[in-house]
Write a protein that binds this ligand. Structure first.
Ligand SMILES: Cc1cc2nc3c(=O)[nH]c(=O)nc-3n(C[C@H](O)[C@H](O)[C@H](O)COP(=O)(O)O)c2cc1C
Length: 232
C-alpha cells in the first residue's frame, strides 16, 4: 500500500483505462474511504450512484458520454487546446481528454456524486461533498486504480435525474470515472510552492515554502481566455 503522502503526490487525473472490471471489494474500499471525508456539522450530504452494467447505468452512461463529448468540443475550442505544441502538457491533456470522451461508455465504473442541499442550495454544499471525491480518488490510487473528476454532468442534470430516479432537490455535483490505469501513476506537477503560499498577507512567499528536491513543475492549463483576463 502506498504511503499517504506519496499517494497524494502521485494521484494524477487518469483518463485512459484498461478494460478490467472493478471488483465489488475495491468499490467498497473506495466508498468507505470516500464516506470518511469531513462535512459541515458531519451532515454527510454526499450520496454516490455507482454506474456499471445495469440497464439504467447504460442509459445514464450514454447520456454522460454524449454530454461529455459536446462539452469537450466546446472547451477544446474555447480554451484553444489545439494551439498546444506537439508534446506540451496542454497538447498531451487534449489528447487524453479526446480519448476519454470518445470512449466514455467503456470506462469501467462511473460514479455520480450527489449533494443533498441543506436549506437553500449554496456554495457550502460543494464544500461538504468534494473532500469525499478526493478521498475516493486517493483510495483508488492506494488499490492501483485511478480516475478523474468532472463537472460536465451538470449539463445533463434533468436527464440524469429522470433516468436514475434522483429527486429534484438533489444536485449531481460531480462525475468520477474510474478504472485500472492504462498508463502509470506518476508525480503530480503543480506550480512551485513559492507561487502558491503566502504568509502574513497576500503575495509574500515565506522562505520555508520550498518544494522537496527534484520536484518538477507545471503551470499547465488552458490559460486565460481573452475575455477573462489573467487569473490572480
Ligand atoms: C472541479 C474539477 C473539475 C474538473 N473537470 C474535469 C473535466 O470536466 N474533464 C476532465 O477530464 N478532467 C476534469 N478535471 C480534472 C483536472 O483536469 C485535473 O485534476 C487537473 O488537470 C490536474 O491533473 P493532474 O492531477 O493529472 O495534474 C477536473 C478537476 C476538478 C477538481
Amino acid at each position: 500500500m502506498v504511503d499517504l503522502l506519496e499517494g497524494i503526490a502521485t494521484t494524477r487525473a487518469i483518463r485512459r483505462f484498461r478494460p478490467d472490471p472493478v471488483s465489488d471489494d475495491d468499490l467498497a474500499t473506495l466508498l468507505f474511504a470516500a464516506t470518511r471525508a469531513p462535512s459541515g456539522s458531519n451532515r454527510q450530504p454526499f450520496r454516490f450512484i455507482v454506474l456499471r452494467d445495469g440497464p439504467r447505468a447504460h442509459e445514464a452512461r450514454a447520456v454522460l458520454g454524449r454530454t461529455f463529448r459536446a462539452a469537450w468540443d466546446t472547451k477544446r475550442a474555447a480554451d484553444r487546446y489545439d494551439e498546444g505544441a506537439g508534446d506540451s502538457p496542454k497538447a498531451r491533456m487534449a489528447r487524453a481528454m479526446q480519448s476519454f470522451v470518445d470512449s466514455f461508455e467503456q470506462v469501467p465504473v462511473v460514479i455520480l456524486v450527489a449533494a443533498l442541499p441543506w436549506r437553500q442550495l449554496s456554495f457550502f454544499e460543494g464544500a461538504s461533498v468534494y473532500p469525499a471525491c478526493q478521498n475516493l480518488l486517493l483510495a483508488a490510487r492506494a488499490v492501483g486504480l485511478g480516475g478523474v473528476l468532472s463537472m460536465w454532468q451538470a449539463m445533463a442534470q434533468d436527464e440524469l435525474r429522470a433516468v436514475l430516479g434522483v429527486p429534484d432537490r438533489v444536485v449531481l455535483a460531480a462525475t468520477i470515472a474510474l478504472g485500472r490505469p492504462a498508463g502509470a501513476h506518476g508525480p503530480v506537477r503543480r506550480r512551485p510552492l513559492s507561487e502558491l503560499v503566502y504568509e502574513d498577507g497576500w503575495g509574500e512567499a515565506p522562505a520555508w515554502a520550498a518544494d522537496p528536491p527534484g520536484t518538477r513543475f507545471t503551470s499547465a492549463g488552458p490559460g486565460p481566455r481573452a475575455s477573462h483576463g489573467r487569473r490572480p
